[in-house]
Design a protein around this ligand. Structure first.
Ligand SMILES: NC(=O)c1ccc[n+]([C@@H]2O[C@H](COP(=O)([O-])OP(=O)(O)OC[C@H]3O[C@@H](n4cnc5c(N)ncnc54)[C@H](O)[C@@H]3O)[C@@H](O)[C@H]2O)c1
Length: 327
């Protein structure tokens, strides 16, 4: 099978591409290699993909429809799209809202148009986010819950993506699965996320900033579990139920465990053998105090079971981090 993976130079896209290549799929990666974080890290991920004969890259901005169409004009049949390219990060959306408009709204619509006109396409899987649950206080977060109260522009764009996708599933019967990821971490991770920032600071002997005075809970999901959920979803498109029942669904993918932030910090300290100097700070605008995934829907439909607790995943991340940086 040939699968188009957008955001292939990114954290999750890199790992999804690796898994697909390992089972013999051809992967066409799409990424614009933007400089939201260290481009060298993206290039290092790509180099490992490009060393494999089944991988090819189209370096293009998905928010530029003409450039995207031109770049993909010669690719031949594809059976699936895993659309992960986006402007990620909650805090950055406070200062750079237009980056989200471009990548997450225009970019998502452009990928839907590509999917709509691609004959023989079985399925498009795309990344949503746990942030769509916004200020919801009923835990765990269920895909049945209303998600009409985003507290960041990032979340609003991800919710908008889900709505646009539903529309394309209804009008053009493009089968789609939206995946709400919960705080993904692991080797080759993202430098703007807390686990990376804490690890870097502790190793440098710098203090870490702990928001909401540490009163935070996160459902941390190890990258291998996320990839398993993405690929299981890709392989099982939703059925077209006819009038009123488009081929469309949404799943949470989390570890189904809300972990206190201070426990996460403690595990990093243990793995590094060093204590963090903590600066306690108030809650940040746009942030939410707790996330916790109800994963019943994906468990029921696809047999998804996360298998990596943070006691195992955090040391694995730290090992990779030290090795990658030689520290
Ligand atoms: N990592 C998480 O915890 C998490 C949680 C919830 C949702 N998500 C979503 O999962 C997806 C993947 O996230 P990630 O953590 O791998 O992020 P990432 O930033 O590492 O990867 C995204 C990739 O997309 C590329 N990209 C961004 N804008 C683009 C554009 N306009 N055109 C082409 N390429 C573009 C970037 O260069 C990057 O390589 C994103 O949609 C993100 O919003 C991630």
């Amino acid at each position: 099978m040939t699968i188009l993976v957008t955001g292939a130079a990114g954290f999750i896209g890199y790992h999804v591409s690796q898994r697909l290549l390992a089972r013999g799929d051809q992967v066409i990666g799409v990424d614009n290699l933007n400089d939201y974080y260290d481009v060298q890290l993206k290039k290092a991920r790509l180099a490992r993909l490009q060393a494999q004969s089944g991988f090819s890259l189209r370096q293009v901005d998905i928010s530029d429809f003409e450039a995207l169409k031109t770049s993909l004009s010669d690719i031949g049949p594809i059976s699936g799209i895993v659309h992960l390219a986006a402007q990620a990060g909650v805090r950055y959306s406070l200062t750079n809202p237009h980056a989200y408009l471009q990548a997450n709204l225009a970019g998502h619509l452009n990928m839907l148009e590509i999917a709509r006109h691609k004959d023989g396409l079985d399925h498009m899987v795309y990344a949503s986010s746990s942030s769509v649950y916004g200020g919801n206080t009923d835990l765990p977060f269920s895909v049945e819950d209303r998600v009409d109260h985003p507290v960041s522009l990032y979340a609003a764009t991800k919710k908008a993506d889900e709505l646009m996708s539903h529309c394309y599933a209804h009008l053009y019967r493009v089968p789609q699965t939206g995946l709400r990821f919960f705080t993904v971490y692991g080797p080759w991770g993202r430098p703007d996320m807390a686990m990376w920032l804490f690890t870097r600071a502790i190793l440098a002997g710098e203090p870490i900033r702990v928001f909401n005075n540490g009163e935070m809970m996160r459902d941390f999901t190890y990258i291998d579990d996320i990839v398993t959920g993405v690929v299981a979803s890709l392989d099982n498109p939703p059925a077209d139920g006819g009038e009123g029942v488009p081929p469309y669904r949404i799943y949470n993918i989390g570890n189904h465990k809300a972990e206190p932030l201070m426990r996460m910090i403690g595990l990093i300290e243990d793995a590094l053998g060093r204590k963090a100097e903590k600066i306690m700070e108030p809650m940040q605008p746009g942030d939410v105090p707790a996330t916790y995934a109800d994963i019943e829907a994906i468990r029921r439909d696809l047999g998804f079971e996360p298998s990596t607790p943070i006691d195992v995943g955090i040391p694995a991340f730290i090992d990779w981090y030290r090795d990658y940086h030689g520290v």
